[in-house]
Design a binder for this molecule. Structure first.
Ligand code: ADP
Ligand code: ASP
Ligand code: MG
Length: 415
């Protein structure tokens, strides 16, 4: 008998029939003698609908572009999807004879920072909920939401229910956290674009962190950080074939076979900005990236060309597409102090990354990537590396081709 946390994503709770199916999986754990906290996402598509409404509501009459909605009210709206599912699952469980109640973020409480729209969980002092679970009641927790200072509702960023689940598991001292989704584990790459992708039996926390932050949306990055920090045994499992497969997050030492590349991730949420003919002198990078940071733009990849004439150079960087307009505005505002010739941008770019702890011990891993892309005629626009990953920026139209070619090149395809 153990206390466990289970999490079900949007497709797993997409309608009442699926919620019933989820309830049977919860019931099975209860009948095994386990005490259960279940964390749920909004029904598939609901969060997108709510986000669209906040944009529409913040559009003044006749305006083409919506102003950014007040992020505190945005959170009130988008958190609503999870409230619905938590109530529905609690009703379903009770109807099946399993004692259950819903817990919203503020009721647990899931305390977060005040960064509305992408708040960080700061603590889960879930004493009442823990007592209810110990008393034999299933706790159905609304994922994605928390409570910020001043008792304002907050949300954790898209995909945030994974993070709620791992944080709740840590908060109640659960023996494990099972993340149920529409795939039966973490694959070598997104199985939706590479049917030959292979399920990984285990993946090291460090690799999963890179996979998630470089675009694999199967887990939110922060959930992996919390699992690693609080040592929560975390598995990814399928809601629809619950008995089979699965992937366990583990320490690096627990991986026996360290291939040079474990997985490939991609992200289409990228935009590239180039400043042409920037003066090549000390202080320029600081003059450019300071205002961008102040504008809340997270700059990712950066390249600065060698100066041909010793006087000017070109500087390219990337950010998310959502931040592009803000980045351009910040640059324009500070144009006079930077004194560049002109600025160009491109939002039809994507980032493809290879990830693997085995990379540390295998030389030539990046070269295989560059050669594979060259053989396919794909131009690399920007490169960035770290100890266990290599990322390249390419034209968006080649993403799938690039991912498939790399997947074969690193011998990750299933037979
Ligand atoms: P949920 O709603 O359950 O949270 P998500 O859609 O957020 O589910 O995440 C699951 C999806 O992540 C899968 O359907 C799959 O297309 C995608 N995905 C991307 N990369 C990977 C990967 N490496 N392994 C497994 N799934 C991945
Ligand atoms: N419903 C939220 C989203 O769509 C949170 C989640 O599903 O994890 O981003
Ligand atoms: Mg998700």
């Amino acid at each position: 008998m153990a206390t466990i946390a289970m999490k079900f994503g949007g497709t797993s709770v997409a309608d009442i029939d699926r919620i019933r199916h989820v309830a049977t999986l919860v019931k099975r754990e209860v009948e095994r003698g386990n005490k259960v906290a279940v964390v749920v996402s909004a029904m598939a598509g609901e969060t997108n609908k709510l986000v669209a409404w906040t944009n529409d509501a913040s559009r003044p009459d006749g305006a083409n572009h919506a102003a950014l909605p007040d992020q505190r009210e945005y959170d009130v709206v988008v958190a609503a999807g999870e409230q619905v599912t938590a109530g529905l699952l609690a009703i379903t469980l009770n109807a099946m004879g399993i004692k259950a109640r819903s817990w919203l973020g503020w009721q647990v409480p899931i305390n977060t920072s005040a960064v509305h729209g992408s708040a960080r969980i700061e603590g889960v002092p879930a004493n009442d909920m823990k007592a209810a679970i110990e008393g034999g009641e299933v706790a159905v927790v609304a994922g994605f939401q928390g409570v910020a200072p001043g008792t304002r509702i907050s949300t954790l960023g898209r995909g945030g229910s994974d993070t709620s689940a791992v944080a709740v598991a840590a908060g109640i001292g659960a023996a494990r956290c099972d993340i149920y989704t529409d795939v039966d584990g973490v694959y070598t790459t997104d199985p939706r674009i590479v049917p030959k992708a292979r399920r990984l039996e285990k993946i090291a926390f460090e690799e999963m962190l890179e996979m998630a932050s470089l675009g694999a949306k199967v887990l939110q990055t922060r959930s992996v950080e919390i699992a690693m920090l609080h040592r929560v045994p975390t598995r990814v499992l399928s809601t629809f074939t619950p008995g089979v497969g699965g992937t366990l997050l583990c320490d690096e030492e627990d991986i026996v076979e360290k291939k040079p590349v474990t997985g490939i991730a991609y992200s289409r949420d990228e935009a590239k900005i180039t400043l042409h003919k920037v003066p090549d002198r000390p202080g320029i990078a600081s003059a450019i990236f300071g205002p961008l940071a102040d504008a809340g733009v997270n700059v990712d990849m950066i390249v600065q060309n060698v100066s041909e004439d010793g006087k000017t150079t070109d500087l390219t960087f990337t950010c998310t597409r959502g931040e592009l307009a803000r980045a351009l505005a910040a640059i324009e505002t500070y144009a006079k102090t930077i004194n560049y010739r002109d600025v160009t941008h491109d939002a039809a770019v994507a980032k493809v990354s290879i990830i693997g702890i085995g990379m540390r011990a295998h030389p030539g891993v990046a070269q295989t990537m560059f050669r594979t892309l060259a053989d396919k005629g794909i131009n690399i626009q920007v490169i960035s590396t770290s100890e266990i990953k290599v990322s390249v920026l390419i034209a968006e139209e080649y993403v799938e081709l690039a991912v498939r070619a790399l997947h074969s090149a690193y011998e990750l395809d299933t037979a």
